[in-house]
Design a protein around this ligand. Structure first.
Ligand code: NDP
Ligand code: 2IT
Length: 451
């Protein structure tokens, strides 16, 4: 314990003011004690010290001109965290809250997540503190082009392969790819999440949400239970939330909520998926407009959220919870309410949506808990399937990709739960996922020498 404590203390000194990053590192290191105790070579090779220091961190200025002719400046990032298992792979996030701490926590999580998929991908993450809300299409394009004017020299199909995350979808990937192609002359698989017209994979858009529900299904099956008839709370109203809701319906469950940064919708008879897609994928408007179509639904504005948490998790009884918006959106108090209301399982579509204290509540209550780095790995796994299709100039059907996604999610679940059992903590998928991911990366690093 002393070793881990000292490592965290040193990290705080060398990388000041990065609270989200410390949170992600502490959670992983807490799980690794048993494997560090039983395996001296990881300490001899300073694997922990190397894993928590990114291989490379790129920070750059992004200047662009808004529709009024004013020059605007943002901070751009790409953190290339670990390439032991393959080229750096991970999304780009455009959100005003983006800073070095957030990108580093996401990049660190990505390393373990990508290892868990069993596919040959290293981990990285990037983005900018750019707020896409209220920007015109031309402004988005100019921003993306300027972002790539710097980033293009660091990325490539066997080097670093970005994709989407919050605020980055097919439109932004299109503008970034176009600029990359213009600067390099290469038409290659340098991004994933591309349009189906020019190299994208069927089912990539759906993959994170679908995978998160498959993960819940596998957790339930282990307790001889199913999703059929289960009432589910979902947060978020973006890519991950929408396709979580879609798959929940397909498997017979009833999603009753969704949310965005303005508030939450509760619809007792079930969220209307067509309305949600129309509002968020087509019109890109605030969720309150859902009430114009469904007057029997309720809207809880963000101003009315409890001081110690998120209104979504305080909604009437549901058996399952799917946090699909952002980090730390589920507090200890939220977790206590969920458990008291009879929630039997949580599957995380977002990255690190539950605080450490909330995770402890779930583990103590012994409910099913699928941590984000396992439960939301279907997105990046399908990105790797897109890379494989691009490299072999093939195109697989939706059903083929979905079938592979199911197999990958099952393997992730089995690997996390078997590893948890091996280390004497059956059902602790946090421990299982962290150790299973760690082992692959650590062993590859040792084999590749001191680099
Ligand atoms: P989107 O941008 O499509 O949607 C994000 C949603 O979350 C929006 O409804 C947004 O509301 C809400 N949200 C974002 N930030 C906040 C905030 N600070 N407070 C309240 N609501 C917020 O992103 P994705 O759906 O792609 O990503 C959601 C989560 O899933 C993230 O944690 C991401 O890292 C993770 N993830 C995504 C993957 C992918 O393939 N896209 C893969 C694996 C994980 P609003 O629009 O009002 O801001
Ligand atoms: O957090 C994630 O895994 C993603 N945003 C997807 C990354 C990817 O490369 O598809």
């Amino acid at each position: 314990m002393n070793y881990i404590h000292n490592t965290i203390t040193k990290l705080k000194e060398s990388s000041p003011a990065q609270v989200e990053f410390y949170q992600a590192v502490e959670e992983v290191l807490d799980s690794l004690q048993p494997i560090l105790d039983s395996n001296e070579q990881y300490q001899v090779h300073s694997i922990i010290e190397r894993m928590i220091e990114p291989e490379r961190q790129i920070m750059f200025r992004v200047t662009w001109v808004d529709d009024q002719g004013k020059v605007r400046v943002n901070k751009g990032y790409r953190v290339e965290f670990n390439s032991a298992l393959g080229p750096y792979k991970g999304g780009l996030r455009f959100h005003p809250s983006v800073n070095a701490s957030i990108i580093k926590f996401l990049g660190f999580e990505q390393v373990f997540k990508n290892a868990l998929t069993g596919l040959p991908i290293g981990g990285g993450k990037g983005g900018a503190n750019f707020d896409p809300k209220g920007k015109s299409d031309g402004e988005i394009m100019r921003f993306c082009q300027s972002f790539i004017n710097e980033l293009y020299r660091h990325i490539g199909p066997t080097r670093d392969v970005p994709a989407g995350d919050i605020g980055v979808g097919a439109r932004e990937i299109g503008y970034m790819f176009g600029q990359y192609k213009r600067l390099t002359g290469n038409f290659d698989g340098v991004f994933t999440g591309k349009s189906l017209l020019w190299g994208g994979s069927l089912a990539r858009k759906e993959a994170t949400g679908y995978g998160c529900v498959y993960f819940a299904q596998y957790m339930l099956e282990d307790r001889s239970d199913t999703l059929a008839g289960k009432r589910c709370l979902v947060s978020g109203a973006g890519n991950v939330a929408i396709y979580t809701i879609e798959k929940l319906y397909q498997l017979g469950a009833i999603p009753v909520s969704c949310s965005d940064s303005s508030g939450a919708i509760y619809h007792d008879s079930g969220i209307n998926l067509d309305t949600l897609k129309e509002l968020k994928e087509v019109r890109k408007v605030r969720l309150k407009e859902y009430l114009d179509v469904h007057s029997d639904a309720k809207f809880i504005p963000i101003e009315d959220y409890p001081a110690d948490g998120n209104a979504v998790w305080r909604l009437p009884t549901a058996q399952l919870a799917f946090p699909c918006a952002t980090q730390n959106e589920l507090s200890k108090a939220d977790a206590e309410v969920l458990v008291a209301n009879g929630c039997i399982g949580v599957s995380e579509g977002a990255n690190m949506p539950s605080t450490q204290e909330a995770v402890d509540v779930f583990l103590d209550a012994k409910i099913l808990y699928g941590p984000g780095k396992a439960a939301n790995a279907g997105g990046v796994a399908t990105s790797q399937l897109e890379m494989a299709q691009n490299a072999s100039m093939q195109r697989w059907s939706f059903e083929e990709v979905d079938e592979k996604l199911k197999v990958i999610m099952r393997n992730i679940y089995c690997s996390a739960s078997e590893t948890a059992a091996e280390f004497g903590q059956p059902n602790n998928l946090v421990l299982g996922a962290n150790i299973a991911g760690f082992r692959k990366v650590a062993d590859a690093m040792i084999e590749q020498g001191v680099v």
